[in-house]
Design a protein around this ligand. Sequence first.
Ligand code: FES
Length: 110
Amino acid sequence: MITVNFIRTNNDKVQVEVPEGTTLMEAAKQADLNEIPGDCGGNCSCCTCHVHINNAWVAKVGKVSYNSIEESLIEYEGEFRPGQSKLSCQIKLTNELDGLTVHLIDDELL
Ligand code: FES
């Protein structure tokens, strides 16, 4: 199992355990996080699964690929932060990401 820590904008932490291979968006859905509606079901077309990766995890998660569909969507988001912004549906949770910490974006801003 992989543990993920979601940090809300008020700094509340929501921890969830999911099987390896689950996407970060699916983990958020499992935890009933309304900040991640995941409207397109993980098809990289809605941006409602945008999160900020905690700085300590950016290197392990990796940045959004240059010229990718993910980049073309996310770079226009109001809360876009180069290096930290990711679409959570594009992150598959592996053992290497056990303990991953991500910051949620206020759903009013989506
Ligand atoms: Fe739609 Fe991630 S769930 S882009």
